[in-house]
Structures are given as structure tokens and as C-alpha cells.
Design a protein around this ligand. Structure first.
Ligand SMILES: Cc1cc2nc3c(=O)[nH]c(=O)nc-3n(C[C@H](O)[C@H](O)[C@H](O)COP(=O)(O)OP(=O)(O)OC[C@H]3O[C@@H](n4cnc5c(N)ncnc54)[C@H](O)[C@@H]3O)c2cc1C
Ligand SMILES: NC(=O)c1ccc[n+]([C@@H]2O[C@H](COP(=O)([O-])OP(=O)(O)OC[C@H]3O[C@@H](n4cnc5c(N)ncnc54)[C@H](O)[C@@H]3O)[C@@H](O)[C@H]2O)c1
Length: 455
């Protein structure tokens, strides 16, 4: 260590994503001395290289998709994309994030560090060659892509690379078929790329509704995506122009060539650089082990929040909520606890697959009698006016109380309309109460009433 003089803060936050920023700001508002460290550009995954950038790119492939659907119904020419300009537009959102985040934090009087701290003890870290101690640490370092232990691992791209592609590749292979692979596969296939998905499991998006996932897979296949399930990838090799992926499928060795190969096999807690073992901070497979106050089980003065805590799922709104809870508990011990009744989530494919509340098997475990409303609405007005062949739903109701307990929607506007169900489930609405609500017409929300009719 260059400088052995110790600097002390009330609170030291590690990670400047939504969780870290939220926690740091709450502590600073209460006049605590606060520092925050990030070993990359400030602002975190969502704003710099995740949700926000992705949604900007997706709207262009959706424009192409929708125009294609309406060709023959009035659209004469299909839009042609200038990908360079699309990327420039995306960067006009992401480029200002790091300087603006740093400025905002500095203006609040928060000290910034631009390196990964390493724990020396439960209340000391070494960062930028300095020894820093704090009364409280808040770890909010998020997740990063899982490393695949295969030959040629270094040839694999990750989601961040896909977001920065200078042009649409001729062909691509995704290893895994969770959120990231399905969203990008849909976008790239729509834009003319030859997409293959190699999934280890027997289906995609294991945590989503089976009936709707099956329809979504069929939809992506119709866009040209090839799925190989039960595929075990063993290695990647560089050829002249392509990469060759080797995998086994039903006991047989196979290979597949494409220009790019993306590792989309999941994201794991970003903790390696922190040397948590030096402070004896307990970690499990999902992340830093915390109680409902988000205090580390091993050290109550160490908090973990956001993707890096072992409280899943890893989504932006939950990270923000966890940052809020951790910050408040540092200010006033045990003042807030994590209680997440239902978390809506969307897979931003075309159409969107959105979900809130319990899945069918979970609902059936919890309630004696579950009414399952399920169906295909491709013949309904909204699908027909969009010339969209995929529109379906699964809605779950506790029969005893008539309460809606889960909703799963596959439609072009499901990312927005699912929020109607999130509100209903959060407020424990019954089907009868839901139907009494006045909703706009024509709207997808209005269709929900029709979905919950006995046939
Ligand atoms: C491609 C993609 C698309 C996504 N789309 C969505 C979506 O549509 N909706 C949604 O809800 N969620 C989405 N997510 C998930 C969402 O981005 C995360 O859940 C959210 O950003 C987590 O916030 P966080 O603050 O916990 O962590 P992060 O935002 O990841 O912040 C962690 C910060 O810690 C820093 N850090 C890491 N290690 C260290 C270290 N050793 N020292 C110092 N700093 C460190 C990182 O650089 C980062 O800035 C997406 C994720 C990806 C990758
Ligand atoms: N729209 C959103 O909200 C959104 C979008 C992107 C990412 N995210 C967040 O980021 C996380 C990471 O996304 P993701 O898509 O990387 O992970 P994921 O966990 O959603 O999916 C990973 C997939 O890879 C498969 N897999 C694992 N190991 C494999 C292997 N060796 N070979 C082949 N397949 C393998 C899994 O079976 C699974 O289907 C998500 O879980 C989510 O929390 C959210």
C-alpha cells in the first residue's frame, strides 16, 4: 500500500448502479460522510449497458417487424436501417450517463473512487493505494456474465458486445436461451441475421409460463431462429471467417459455424475482486447472503443490495428497492425490511412475454383450487389489426377468494399492459372487482376482462 494514512467514512458504497446510487444518496441526505467506488464507468449496468440501451435498439427492429406485418395492408416500402446512426442515437443516451452520474454524486458531497476496493477486514478496505475504513459498507456490485469453462472461452461475446455491434452480423450463435438470448435473437433475426440458439435445458425461459413460452419459441422460429435444446457446448474454435462451436446433442458430437458466438448462459454475482473472504463475508451461489434487512449474515455492519445480494430476481426495479432498504437501514437500523409481493417482468421479444405473480405450478401448490384462464387470441381485434399471429394468455385465480394471483401475457404491448395486472395483484383484486374497473378502449388492458370469462 502506497499510503498508510487511514481515511474514514461513515458509509462506503461499492458499485454505482441503481442499487449503490440509491443507498449512497439516502445516507448522504442524512448528512453521513459517504464514499462510493466503481471499477468501471459510473452509472451501472441498466443505464450504461443493459435495459435502457437494449430498449433503444429493439424499437428499430420492432419498427421493421411491424412494417413487415402491415406490408400489403397499406405499407408500401419497408424501412431500411442505418445501423451506424442507430448506434449513435443509442450512445446519445448512454454516453452522458457516467459523467452525469459522477457530477450528481459529487454535488451531493459524496467522495468517488475509481477502482475495486479489496477488503482487509470487516471494516477496512484498500482502494487506490489508500487504506479506508468505514462504519458501514454497502456492497452493490451487481452481476457480470458467467464464465464458461470451455476451450475457446475467450472468443465468446457477451450482451455488452451485442449492444455495441457496428453492423448486424451475417450469423450468430447464442449459448443459452434466457432473457438476453431471446431478446437479442429476436432483434437480430428480424434484421436479417441467421440466428441459432444452443440451450442446455429442454426449453427456453424456464421460469416463464410453459404454454406461452412454446408459442414464443414458435414465433422466433418463424422469424428464422433455430433452436437446439439439450445441447451441451464443449468448445469454440476460430476459423478464417467464422467461429465453430462444438456441442453434444442426444449423445452425438456436432458442430455449428457462425460469425459470432455469444455467451448468454446467465449472470453471476460480481464479487471476485472484493476479496470478501478477508472480511469473512458469507456468499452462496446467488450472491452475498443477507437477511431481510439486507445485512450480511456474517457482519451486520456490511450490507448487500441489488443483483449482488442473494435475494433474486435480478431486475432493475428490485435493485432500486434493495438500495432504498439498505440505505435506510444504515441510517436507522432495521427500519425497513424486504417484502416483495409480486415482481412484474418482461422478455422484450416481439411480441413481449410479460409475467407477474405466481406461475401455474406455484399457484397450485399455494391454493387448493386454482382457476386457469388460458387461451389464444390471435383472432381478436388487436392481433388482427396488427396482422400479428401471436397473442395469448394464462391468468390464474384463487377459486376460493376469486383473487387474481398470476398473469402471463404474450402480446405486442404486454410490457406495458402487464402493469394493469401488477396493480390488480398488488391490491389483491378479485376478478369481479377487476371487471368493474373502467379501462380505455380500444386497449390491450380492456382485453383482460374478456380473457377472464368462463367459456
Ligand atoms: C443486457 C441486459 C439487459 C437487461 N434488461 C433488463 C430489463 O429490461 N429490465 C430489468 O428490470 N432488468 C434488466 N437487466 C438487469 C438489470 O440491468 C440489473 O438487474 C440492474 O442493472 C442491477 O442493478 P445493480 O445496481 O444491482 O447492479 P449494476 O447496475 O450492475 O451496478 C453494479 C456496479 O458495480 C460495479 N462493480 C462491479 N464490481 C465492482 C468492484 N469489484 N468494485 C467496484 N465496483 C464494482 C459495476 O461496474 C457497476 O457499475 C438487464 C441486464 C442486462 C445485462
Ligand atoms: N428483460 C429483462 O428484464 C432482462 C433482460 C436481460 C437480462 N435480465 C437479467 O439478467 C439476467 C441474466 O440474463 P441471461 O439471459 O444471461 O440469463 P438467464 O438466467 O435468463 O438464462 C440463461 C440461460 O442459459 C442456459 N444455460 C446455462 N448454462 C448453459 C450452458 N452451459 N449451455 C447452454 N445453455 C446454458 C440456462 O438454462 C438459461 O436458459 C436475467 O436472469 C435477468 O435477471 C433481465
Amino acid at each position: 500500500m502506497k499510503n498508510t494514512k487511514k481515511t474514514h467514512y461513515d458509509v462506503f458504497v461499492i458499485g454505482s448502479g441503481v442499487a449503490g446510487q440509491t443507498a449512497a444518496e439516502i445516507c448522504r441526505e442524512q448528512k453521513l460522510s459517504v464514499a462510493i467506488a466503481d471499477n468501471r464507468e459510473f452509472g451501472g449496468t441498466c443505464a450504461n449497458r443493459g435495459c435502457d440501451s437494449k430498449k433503444i435498439l429493439l424499437q428499430f427492429s420492432q419498427l421493421v417487424y411491424q412494417s413487415r406485418n402491415l406490408k400489403g395492408s397499406g405499407v408500401k416500402k419497408l424501412p431500411k436501417l442505418n445501423w451506424k446512426k442507430v448506434q449513435k442515437f443509442k450512445r446519445s443516451f448512454s454516453d452522458p450517463i457516467p459523467p452525469n452520474t459522477e457530477q450528481k454524486l459529487k454535488d451531493l458531497g459524496i467522495s468517488l473512487y475509481h477502482q475495486s476496493p479489496k477488503f482487509i477486514s470487516e471494516n477496512e478496505v484498500e482502494v487506490e493505494g489508500k487504506l479506508v475504513s468505514a462504519d458501514y459498507f454497502i456492497i452493490a456490485t451487481g452481476n457480470h456474465p458467467r464464465e464458461l469453462d470451455i476451450d475457446g472461452n475467450e472468443l465468446l461475446k457477451v450482451s455488452e458486445d451485442v449492444l455495441n455491434f457496428k453492423k448486424i452480423p451475417k450469423s450468430i450463435t447464442f449459448i443459452g436461451s434466457g432473457y438476453i438470448a431471446m431478446e437479442f435473437a429476436c432483434m437480430l433475426a428480424t434484421l436479417g441475421c441467421n440466428v441459432t440458439i444452443l440451450e442446455r435445458d429442454k426449453t427456453s425461459l424456464a421460469k416463464f409460463d410453459d404454454y406461452l413460452v412454446e408459442k414464443l419459441i414458435a414465433k422466433l422460429e418463424s422469424l428464422g431462429v433455430k433452436f437446439v435444446f439439450n445441447a451441451d457446448v464443449t468448445g469454440v474454435k476460430k476459423l478464417k471467417k467464422n467461429l465453430k462451436v462444438a456441442y453434444t446433442h442426444n449423445g452425438k458430437s456436432k458442430t455449428h459455424k457462425s460469425r459470432k458466438v455469444v455467451n448468454a448462459t446467465g449472470r453471476v454475482p460480481a464479487i471476485e475482486a472484493l476479496e470478501l473472504d478477508k472480511a469473512g463475508i458469507e456468499v452462496d451461489k446467488k450472491g452475498i447472503v443477507v437477511n431481510d434487512y439486507l445485512q450480511s449474515k456474517s457482519h451486520p455492519n456490511v450490507y448487500a443490495c441489488g443483483d449482488v445480494s442473494n435475494k433474486s430476481p435480478s431486475l432493475t426495479p428490485l435493485s432500486g428497492l434493495q438500495g432504498y432498504i439498505a440505505g435506510n437501514n444504515v441510517v436507522k437500523e432495521k427500519s425497513k425490511s424486504l417484502d416483495v409481493p409480486c415482481v412484474p417482468s418482461t422478455v422484450f421479444t416481439t411480441p413481449n412475454l410479460a409475467s407477474v405473480g405466481y406461475g401455474e405450478s406455484e399457484a397450485k401448490m399455494r391454493y387448493k383450487n386454482v382457476k386457469v384462464y388460458q387461451g389464444d387470441c390471435r383472432d381478436w381485434y388487436h392481433a388482427k389489426r396488427e396482422n400479428e399471429d401471436t397473442y395469448a394468455y394464462t391468468i390464474l385465480v384463487n377459486e376460493r377468494t376469486d383473487e387474481i394471483v398470476g398473469a402471463h401475457i404474450l402480446s405486442s404491448k404486454a410490457n406495458e399492459s402487464i402493469n394493469v395486472f401488477a396493480t390488480a395483484i398488488y391490491n389483491k383484486m378479485t376478478v369481479k372487482e377487476f371487471k368493474r374497473m373502467m379501462l380505455t378502449y380500444p386497449s390491450y388492458g380492456m382485453d383482460f376482462k374478456k380473457m377472464m370469462e368462463n367459456k
